[in-house]
Every structure is written in C-alpha cells, then in structure tokens.
Design a protein around this ligand. Structure first.
Ligand code: HAM
Length: 434
C-alpha cells in the first residue's frame, strides 16, 4: 500500500532542537514581548465564513481570488480556512462587543494560516503567524509603538539584519483621489496590461501596483505616487508616525511604492524585510498597518481605529540564528529487580511521580529490562542523575544516586533526596554544565 504524505505545502513539526524547541522558544519570546507592551492573547477559529475575508482582505486581492481554501460545509455554508488573522480578530471583537467594555483593546495571537500559494522556501500553504492588533486608538503614537514592538521583538530573537519600510495610504478621501489618479494613469494603457490588472483597473487599481507581471511593470514605474494624494490630515498623521519612530530610535525607510496586498489598510502601512539573504525571494518577515475603516465595513456600530501587524514564524526561524538548546536537568530512575518484581517497579514509578510533582524532569524506562539496558536508555536520554532503586533501598528508605558527568556514586536518604537534587540543579544552572 502506498504510504500517505502530508499535504503539499503543509509541514510536520517534529520535536527536537532543530524544530519544535526553536518554535517554542520563539512563541514564548513573542508572548513575553507582547505581555510587556500590554497585549493579551486571543484565539479565534481556524475557519470562518468566507464572506469575512471577501469583505476585509478584499475581493480583488490575490489572497481572496487565488489563494483561499474555501469549501462548503454540510449545511452548504461557504467557509474558508483563515488566510490571515486580522479579519477574524476584528470579527471577534465586534461579535463580543469588547469595545463597549474597554476603550482601547490590545490583542495578540499566534497560529496557523492557510494560503494556496506555490510552495517555495519560506512560502507554504499552511504557515504560521504571530501578530498583534490595537483597537480604539487613532494616535500616530500607536503606529510607532507597534512598529517598534515588531522591531524590538526581532532584535530580541537575534534578527538584526532587516529594514522597516513605511508608507501612508491615507484615509477615505486620499484613497478616492488616488484611485482616480491611478485609473487616469493606467486606462490609456489598458490593452497592454496583464489580463488580471485589466480586470482590476476599475475594481481596485491599487492592486496593479502590487502586480509582479512583467507586462505591468513599465506602467507601474511611471504611476502617480500616493504621497502626492495625501490630504493635509493624513500627511500630518504620517509625519507624527515618523517623528515618533525617530524618537524611539527605530530605523525605517519611507517607501512610497509600498501598498501591501490586502485591501483594508488606511494611512500607515509597513513591511519588514530581511536583508541577510537567508530568506531568498520570500524576504518579507512581516507587515501591517492601520485599518481605521475595517470595523464599520464588518458591521461595527461605530468606527474603531485600528493598527496591527503579523510576522511569519517560518521566515523568522529561517532568519534567526540557531542557538544551542540548554540541556535540561533530567533524572532517570532505574529498577534493580527481576522481571516479575512488580513491587519494585511500582516503587520506581512512585518515586518518579513524586519527583515530577516537585518539578523535576524524570524519566523511567518502563519496559524494565536489565539494569544495563535501563542505564543505556538513561544515557541515551542524557540523564544528569540516575537513581537506582531495588527492594533493599525500598525497605531502607535509601536510594543510590549516580552523577552521570563524573560517575560519582553515593547513597542518599529518601527524605533528603529532593534537597540534594535541588542543589545539583542549582550547581548545574550556575555552570551551564549538564
Ligand atoms: P501579510 O503581509 O499577508 O499580512 O502576512 C504577514 C507575514 O506572514 C508575511 O510577511 C510573511 O512573513 C508571512 N506569510 C504570508 N504568507 C505566507 C506563506 N504563504 N508562507 C509563509 N509565510 C507567509 C497579514 O497577514 C496581515 N494580517 C498583517 C496585519 C495584521 N495587518 C494588520 N494587522
């Protein structure tokens, strides 16, 4: 029978330092950073009504037109695996009226997203994001603070070679003006544009600026710049964002061609690109921006200004340096007993349980083979300490302890065992030795 494989573009994450442990460290670092900035974690379903993404990410975007995993459920409702986290978080905030209870909400999230893109290094069909969103604050200080959060998080996990690009897409008035300017610019060249850009010309001309089709490139080059279309208010907002970023010491470059691939953005947008070369063509570590109209577009009773970003975990791990995992302090309990000496086996299980209850990582080779094979297993598991227990030790309340690094062996009273182990653990932590 043919063996089954994971779906193309969707990856297993196996335990161990190469993969699982690095993910856990990265997730822990993100939660910790967000906590310091006053964000709380939200979890939303992996699946939503597809309409949510049509109305937020936008009909005429690559994500919705080409990349979304949509399907009908058994009740013929059109569902989609979430391609991103922002829309779901806003949906949840509206559904649970969170802004009726709190004026400003700061949420962060971590999780799987799905886009049917062509798989490549750093580009998968199930990928994972960490993200953060602020609702209810239209101050440019938020934009700067959250961009700074993203950038400090990267520094904190050892990614130092990146550029923060920022731009402003303006509010509704700017967008309407810019849309007209773009249509006026592209319309005379309609027939020379790619079929996709032709179809987007009236529906969503901003998306043409996102196109990588060689037929569109010559016309993109001369397109009007959004910077010229910004209203005075939008311009002032953007100036403040830049001032605050400078004050925070967060380096950035202004990129007037940055439009982002999702429709909900207004005013500030940003992207963080890796400049180490570790990512090849998929060099965007993350991006985000302000989306002051999305709440009302998704049915909120009143407008709620919002700002956020997401970073791709797989890409962060490609860009981050690989640090050695610190070896844990691990105890193995070994039985000296005949195969049918169940009381001793039970004693070993009991001791292991007691140690675990007190926070000590403890392993037992529950196959209870020969002493030699149990010792070999303890060695394979890189145990720091091996405790040997037989009927004599059980009767006398002693246990024989072997330190694997030195081979030193001694008998310890059960009553003082936890103290002894704690001492060894402290010593190991201090030297970084085990
Ligand atoms: P995005 O730019 O579409 O924005 O995605 C953010 C990041 O997710 C990308 O920069 C990349 O690192 C990662 N990513 C996207 N697609 C893939 C893929 N197929 N494989 C691997 N990684 C990928 C958003 O998703 C917005 N929701 C960000 C945001 C939050 N805006 C406001 N709030």
């Amino acid at each position: 029978m043919a063996t089954l494989q994971a779906v193309t573009g969707m990856n297993d994450l196996l335990p161990g330092d190469g993969q699982g442990a690095r993910w856990q460290r990265l997730e822990a670092a993100f939660r910790e950073t967000c906590g310091r900035y006053g964000f709380q974690e939200v979890r939303t379903p992996l699946c939503e009504y597809a309409e949510l993404f049509h109305r937020s990410v936008g009909e005429a975007t690559d994500i919705v037109e080409k990349e979304m995993y949509t399907f009908d459920d058994r009740g013929n409702r059109r569902l989609a695996l979430r391609p991103e986290g922002t829309a779901s978080a806003v949906r949840a905030a509206i559904e649970h009226s969170v802004l009726a209870r709190e004026t400003v909400v700061r949420w962060c999230y971590l999780g799987a997203m799905f886009r049917a893109e062509r798989p490549a290094k750093g580009r998968y069909r199930q990928f994972h994001q960490v993200g953060a969103e602020v609702y209810g604050d239209d101050s440019p200080a938020v934009d700067a603070e959250v961009i700074d959060l993203a950038s400090s998080f990267l520094q904190g996990i050892g990614i130092t070679k990146f550029t923060v690009r920022v731009n402003s897409l303006g509010g509704a008035e700017t967008r309407a003006r810019y849309r007209d300017a773009l249509i006026a610019h592209f319309a005379p060249h309609r027939d020379a544009l790619s079929p996709e850009s032709q179809s987007r010309l009236e529906r969503n001309p901003l998306r043409i600026l996102d196109s990588k089709d060689p037929r569109d490139l010559p016309f993109k080059a001369g397109a009007p710049s959004i910077v010229d279309a910004l209203t005075d208010e939008d311009r002032a907002h953007f100036e403040r964002v830049k001032e605050f970023l400078t004050a925070l010491g967060t380096p950035f470059v202004v990129d007037p061609s940055l439009v982002r691939g999702l429709d909900y953005y207004t005013r500030t947008v940003f992207e963080i690109v890796d400049t180490s070369g570790a990512l090849g063509a998929q060099d965007a570590l993350g991006g985000g921006g302000r989306y002051d109209q999305l709440f009302t577009e998704l049915g909120a009773p009143k407008p709620v200004p919002a700002f956020g970003f997401a970073l791709g975990i797989e890409r962060l791990l490609l860009a981050a340096p690989v640090t050695e995992e610190k070896k844990p302090f691990r105890v193995a309990v070994v039985a000296v007993a005949k195969p049918d000496e169940h009381a001793t086996h039970a004693g070993v299980l009991g001791l292991a349980r007691e140690l675990r209850t007190h926070g000590v990582e403890t392993v037992v080779d529950t196959r209870f083979g020969s002493m030699k094979s149990q010792m070999r297993r303890a060695n394979d598991l890189a145990a720091t300490v091996v405790l040997v227990l037989g009927s004599n030790e059980l009767a006398s309340g002693q246990v024989s302890m072997k330190l694997m690094a030195t081979g030193e062996q001694r008998s310890v009273a059960r009553a003082s065992l936890l103290d002894e182990l704690a001492q060894l653990q402290r010593a190991a932590a201090a030297t970084g030795a085990p």
